[in-house]
Design a protein around this ligand. Structure first.
Ligand code: DC
Length: 232
């Protein structure tokens, strides 16, 4: 067992899946119910993307992005009730959800050396977890924590994911979105994230694939909590 895992490894829960699958809210609720910590790795890629844009760096210039990655300190708070993310001490939890960051994050997260650096950061955070931890992302079960005891690949049809994303944006950010446009943007980001050479979005061979198209939030959470129960 590598040093990347807290002592109670049965409580390392990897939740991967595409955008809009409900991963974030599900992961936070699972962590809350189990009384463990929570790490949103997408927020880390977004935080770096925010720093890149903030400095006026071209997000498609891999070398320049890597330089920014080496120059900033990204810190994630792991309380599922209040997950925080800072860049050099600045709270970026709101701006990392902006459309400018969302549009640039796939390019930033496709740079292999950038991923290596951020994966190391994620493993450090997991290793310092005092109990268990729910880690959500795209490559957690395949690359970041391949020894995680519970691996879930959470997905849903593009239409369902687009509808959920649009509803969530309207509720949380007062943003009215065209569902069809949202679906095209989701499909484009999925295609990019799934076809990149390093750590493409994919279910681990030993992951449980949960298609949440016809499941509600509570059913998905209950299923994952039940899965965790089976490995205790
Ligand atoms: O989950 P999210 O939408 O906040 O993730 C933002 C982007 O970060 C997503 O387009 C892909 C990338 N990402 C990644 O490459 N690997 C991860 N473990 C998490 C996110």
């Amino acid at each position: 067992m590598s040093a990347a895992y807290p002592r109670d490894v049965s409580r390392v829960i990897a939740i991967d899946g595409p955008a809009g699958s409900g991963k974030s809210s599900v992961s936070r609720e699972v962590a809350r119910r189990l009384g463990v910590q929570y790490l949103d790795t997408g927020a880390i890629y977004r935080a770096l993307t925010w720093a890149v844009l903030e400095r006026g760096v071209d997000p498609t210039d891999g070398g320049a992005v890597l330089e920014v990655a080496g120059a900033v300190t990204i810190t994630s708070g792991t309380d599922p009730m209040n997950p925080t993310i800072t860049v050099d001490g600045v709270d970026v939890s709101a701006p990392i959800r902006g459309d400018d960051v969302t549009a640039a994050v796939s390019a930033v997260s496709a740079v292999p050396e950038v991923r290596a650096r951020l994966v190391a950061l994620q493993r450090e955070r997991v290793a310092s977890a005092t109990s268990g931890i729910v880690v959500e992302g795209r490559d957690i079960g395949t690359v970041v924590l391949p020894d995680a005891q519970v691996k879930v690949f959470l997905t849903a049809s593009p239409a369902v994911r687009a509808q959920r994303r649009a509803t969530q944006d309207e509720r949380e950010r007062d943003l009215v979105r065209d569902v069809q446009e949202t679906e095209s943007a989701l499909r484009a980001r999925d295609a990019f994230d799934s076809s990149r050479t390093v750590s493409p979005l994919a279910a681990a061979e030993d992951a449980i694939v949960l298609d949440a198209s016809n499941m509600d939030f509570d059913q998905v959470v209950a299923r994952i909590v039940e899965l965790v129960g089976t490995v205790r």
